[in-house]
Ligand binder design. Structure first.
Ligand code: ATP
Length: 318
């Protein structure tokens, strides 16, 4: 019997934290080679793809979770979820008639790859809605065209990323870690942070160093949050602090409150604090949140799975 095309599919994709972010010299194409260790968080975006009438094209709306300011998210063809749906339609030859709803839980422009998670969730949701059945490998290729962090949002868990971050190798670890994220009011643009790093590094090109990766991988294998806290490192931190000097105080407050490690998340301005247990994460969040009312501190366990279908509603409500 032919399958009934789905009427709506919801997919979930995780935000990430970089346990290590090493930035090499600027390449001729303007990108930087990086060596990073991503960890996916139990803090995720949900994207629902609903079948739309022929000729509708791709549209999007955003429903921010409480405490999330989504005013900077574009609602036109530059939205990463819209770009993902259109790219999948183009690649598979199906019409791109779909209405997308993003339930946004990840801070915007916070260095946690919320937009990349939207792209990954949209790829998975539309692949299921349209029954294009590309599978993870082909979706990952499309994801890499949309952004360097999209492949990781598709795969999740913990992985080493090389190239622009899109070439992934999973890290086998059974350990779980508890994170606290201290959000900043104004976002930082990733290209602006890389440009600032180039400026600061004018006479000392960046280096990708094997020992730093070894230290993070050893700490992940041991499962010891104190070892992982000591191994956290981010070459973009210097540039993020130069553009947002108030983050120095946030890092210091996190360390003073007893975090096992404190580092700027990705390109910032979010600060990631590693706790020693879920209960310790809640204590840290309460301590850091005291001066920051309004949901500016988040707690998330890790690692979490990559993009996946949560719910599919068949046409006619079957
Ligand atoms: P990264 O660390 O991957 O650079 P980020 O977490 O710092 O990303 P995002 O929230 O992913 O930042 O997005 C950064 C910018 O991308 C936003 O300021 C916005 O202009 C644009 N954008 C496009 N689509 C989206 C989307 N679906 N959600 C959020 N931002 C989007």
């Amino acid at each position: 019997m032919p399958r009934t095309p789905g009427a709506a599919v919801t997919a979930r994709a995780p935000a990430k934290v970089n346990l290590l972010l090493e930035v090499g010299p600027r390449r001729d194409d303007g990108y930087h080679d990086i060596v990073t260790v991503f960890q996916a968080l139990a803090l995720a975006e949900d994207v629902t793809a609903e079948r739309a009438a022929p000729g509708h094209g791709t549209t999007v709306r955003v429903r921010p979770r409480p405490g999330v300011d989504a005013s900077a998210v574009p609602l036109d063809g530059t939205n990463l979820a819209v770009r993902a749906a259109r790219l999948l339609a183009e690649r598979t030859g199906v019409p791109d008639d779909v209405h997308l709803t993003i339930d946004k839980a990840v801070p915007v422009a916070g260095g946690m790859a919320g937009g990349s998670a939207d792209a990954a969730a949209a790829l998975v949701a539309c692949d299921a809605l349209w029954q294009t059945r590309l599978g993870l490998t082909a979706l990952t290729e499309l994801g890499a065209q949309l952004g360097s962090d999209v492949p990781f949002a598709l795969h999740g868990r913990t992985a080493v990323g090389t190239g622009r971050g899109e070439q992934l190798a999973p890290v086998m670890t059974t350990a779980r870690f508890s994170w606290v994220f201290v959000l900043a009011g104004d976002g930082l643009s990733t290209p602006a942070v890389y440009a600032e790093l180039d400026r600061l590094r004018a006479d000392r090109p960046g280096r990708l160093e094997e020992p730093r990766l070894d230290a993070v991988e050893r700490a992940l294998r041991s499962g010891d949050p104190l070892a992982l806290g000591a191994a956290l490192d981010n070459d973009l931190q210097e540039a993020a602090l130069s553009l947002a000097p108030q983050l120095v105080a946030t890092l210091e407050a996190g360390r003073a409150a007893g975090a096992a490690g404190a580092v700027v998340s990705g390109s910032g301005p979010t600060v990631a604090l590693l706790a020693t247990s879920p209960a310790h994460a809640r204590e840290l969040a309460a301590e850091l949140g005291r001066d920051r009312p309004g949901g500016a501190v988040l707690v998330a366990d890790a690692p979490a799975p990559g993009a996946r279908v949560l719910e599919a509603v068949r046409a006619g409500g079957e």
